[in-house]
Design a protein around this ligand. Structure first.
Ligand code: MLT
Length: 409
């Protein structure tokens, strides 16, 4: 009799954004005359930058000719993209990252979900709450947790992000081997200072732990004091893996391209205490399970680093940050405390009420889709997330409708 991986039975029935999509589909079916504005899942609305489109077309033409056609590419990504990433995202910021430490992939979601495979089954996890659900769920699937009791998986050290700590978690008193951090944060939009990141790097170095640093939203940082990469912190090369994505910087959510940095100086240990190269392990995993990102897509991604590409992507992130500013101002004017939106495309609102009830209120009374904070973890209760990814006209209409719906709350 074939048996299932019973760890899957510990999970919530469906993934947060699938849950929301179901409610939204049901609402739309029942109210076809009431168009919704979606400020829920962080999916971009603006088209690809022209520099990326031109590169995509040119690369597609290459695939149409025998002389320039490409079959399998290197699993880790073409050198032209890895070199551009290393030069622009790292060397230019003083971070010592080599092209061969960069693994191009089809998404930071996949990479941040898959990376746990190369670590032991009994490592101690520290994961923020609220959090992007992928980090928790993939560890549940892998059997690193007990059951979920009272909205907490047994065996995880939750790093609580609350109004009291400005939504930036403190270093835990219980020991951790694998630490998930995400800044600018999804869902809260909070950013970490250099000092806060340095404290995590020190902790990881002292405890031979590894930090998984998700900086998929770094392109939204405008405050020059805020680090955009964990490798801006001295010593991080020995303790951190960084995930980046082109999804939000250049509208690649449908196009799919991202990368993960695994420094060659990063080590993890076997049961006898012998060190192993994490880069070698990830390379082994990546080459076994992944065949690389399509050549035209990698060419489109590389175009982001051209002069025009840089200007166009800056304009794109400025545009979404303009939406975020409007959202933050409108929510503040309604008397609701919120954070995020200045160096991040998410605004995290402290509604002080049941977050699914608030979600339903906005859905039913304002025809606006947000994301209920409880979906990101226990500490997300009492909050909702509003995403700045939409057209200016839709954001303005949504804010007018939200103000009307909350007027007499
Ligand atoms: C979100 O809404 O949290 C994002 O769209 C998640 C993602 O990028 O996978």
């Amino acid at each position: 009799m074939i048996r299932i991986n019973e760890n899957f039975t510990k999970l919530k029935a469906s993934y947060l954004f699938s849950d929301i999509a179901k409610r939204v589909t049901a609402y739309t079916a029942a109210h076809p005359d009431k168009p919704l504005i979606r400020l829920g899942i962080g999916d971009v609305t603006e088209p690809l930058p022209p520099a990326c489109v031109a590169a995509l077309h040119a690369a597609t033409d290459e695939m149409a000719s025998r002389d320039t056609f490409k079959g399998y590419g290197p699993e880790q990504g073409y050198p032209f993209l890895r070199e551009a990433i290393a030069a622009h995202d790292y060397a230019a910021r003083g971070c010592p990252i080599e092209p061969n430490e960069i693994f191009v992939s089809d998404g930071a979601k996949c990479d941040s979900g898959n990376i746990q495979e190369i670590f032991g089954p009994d490592i101690r996890l520290a994961i923020p709450d609220p959090v992007y659900p992928v980090y928790v769920d993939t560890n549940v699937m892998a059997g690193r947790t007990g059951p979920n009791i009272d909205d907490r998986y047994q065996g995880i050290t939750y790093l609580e992000c609350t109004p009291a700590n400005g939504y930036v978690p403190a270093i835990p008193s219980t020991p951790a081997d694998l630490i998930y951090l995400c800044f600018p944060n999804n869902p809260t939009g909070a950013v970490a200072t250099r000092e806060q990141l340095a404290a995590w790097v020190t902790y990881a170095r002292e405890h031979r732990a590894i930090i998984l640093y998700d900086s998929a939203y770094e392109a939204f940082i405008r405050d020059p004091q805020i680090p955009r990469s964990i490798y801006e912190i001295p010593g991080a090369r020995e303790v951190a893996i960084e995930f980046r994505s082109f999804s939000k910087i250049a509208g690649f959510t449908g196009t799919r391209c991202a990368y993960t940095v695994v420094p060659k100086s990063l080590q993890a240990y076997d049961s006898s205490g012998a060190p192993h190269s994490v880069h070698a392990l990830w390379n082994r995993r990546h080459t076994t399970k992944f065949n690389g990102v399509a050549y035209p897509i990698q060419r489109a991604a590389a175009a982001i680093y051209s002069e025009e590409g840089q200007a166009q992507t800056r304009a794109l992130t400025d545009f979404y940050l303009g939406n975020a500013k409007l959202i933050r101002e409108a929510i503040t004017a309604l008397g609701l405390p919120c954070i995020g939106g200045d160096n991040a495309p998410y605004i995290w609102i402290n509604t002080g009420t049941d977050s699914w009830a608030f979600f339903d209120k906005l859905l039913n009374e304002a025809q606006v889709v947000c994301t209920p904070g409880a979906g990101f973890g226990k500490c997300g209760e009492g909050h909702v997330r509003i995403s700045a990814f939409n057209s200016r006209a839709n954001v303005e209409t949504a804010l007018t409708r939200i103000a009307a719906a909350l007027k007499n709350r």
